[in-house]
Design a protein around this ligand. Sequence first.
Ligand code: ZN
Length: 306
Amino acid sequence: MFQIVNSIQGKARITIDASFLSFRSTSRCLSLPSQKLAMDIRYINQGKRGKVGLCNICKQSASLSWDHVPPKGGIDLTPVDQLTILQCLTANSDEQKSRISQNGVKYRTLCKQCNARLGHSYDPLLNEFALGVGRVLKSIVKVPPVIHYRTQPAALIRAILGHLLAAKAFIDNVDVDQKIRDFLFDEQAHLPEDIKIFYWIYPYQEIVVVRDIVMPAIRGNFSKFGFFSGILKYFPIAYLVCNLEKYEGLDELTVYRNIKLEEVAEIPIHLTSIKHPLWPEITNDGNFIVGGLNLEGSIYARPRKT
Ligand SMILES: [Zn+2]
């Protein structure tokens, strides 16, 4: 049995047997552990695994530090109400019990060295991108179909992938994560071709972080599926990491995968196709999601009302 999140309304507890759930990537087969998983959709395991544990990036045992996702400096760290993504997608509103974080969405999953490396090497660029695009959007009077923004796409790619690695409560042997680790530890490395990052305009204050789900490759067509390693959404851009050649007409950031870290490009940002804040993970007639343990650390966070 596996969990298809589609029309489960009002269920507070879900039981998953993930023994069968395997996903074949281009080269190797990923299998989730064969065990009975009892998942409470109210429970948020956000990677707070103690002050000492395995770092999600280098996998060494170390003193762990908090990683903000998205990073500090790219967003106001205000108090947020957090739900698990399962709770957000499936529970009735009166059953949704949020957990408060006083300063944004964060995961205690990185050693200090990996956290500092991510923070110093790539976060400034990702933060400048988010803040800069946000300023452009706020200054526009008549919205054009597309704007172009000068940035360093190779550094953006590394920042996004680094924080998605951090945003995982349970370390596992997912093939894609290991490829990303290898990539992050070698500044000369090219990202493997089967890892694509797409992006779109996201004019919302909610923060959404999702790891490791399977969804239809084409919405409404249940004959082919994609593995979505990560979804990261925060104002004003959302990102999607998956193994598909294309997804729903989105622009692809990884077309810049082979340029140098410091190289600048003007990347297009289309402004006229505004998606729902819970798109693409939202479940409806044309979509469902399948996931494992890391759904517990997949978060929907909204600014806390004062
Ligand atoms: Zn580390």
